[in-house]
Design a protein around this ligand. Structure first.
Ligand SMILES: [Zn+2]
Length: 75
């Protein structure tokens, strides 16, 4: 007789992408990207980019040359 001992099965240990991709570079300073801050190399760069983005949102040139001459009739 052969005692077939099957363990609690499964040969897959862990799960997740554990490959090192050393091809990604920081979008700001071209340093190796840290996965945590992807696609940037550090929180600093992430913040800088975010800041730029936000500023861009606020710094929208709202100079429309159509409001010339206020129609105010004051007597
Ligand atoms: Zn960077």
């Amino acid at each position: 007789m052969k005692p077939v001992d099957k363990g609690p099965g499964g040969g897959s240990i862990g799960g997740g992408p554990n490959k090192k991709n050393g091809k990604s570079k920081c979008a700001l300073c071209d340093k190796p990207v840290v996965e945590k801050y992807s696609p940037f190399c550090s929180k600093h760069c992430a913040d800088v980019d975010l800041g730029r983005w936000l500023k861009g949102q606020y710094a929208v040139p709202a100079t429309l040359g159509g409001a010339e001459g206020t129609a105010e009739d004051e007597e």
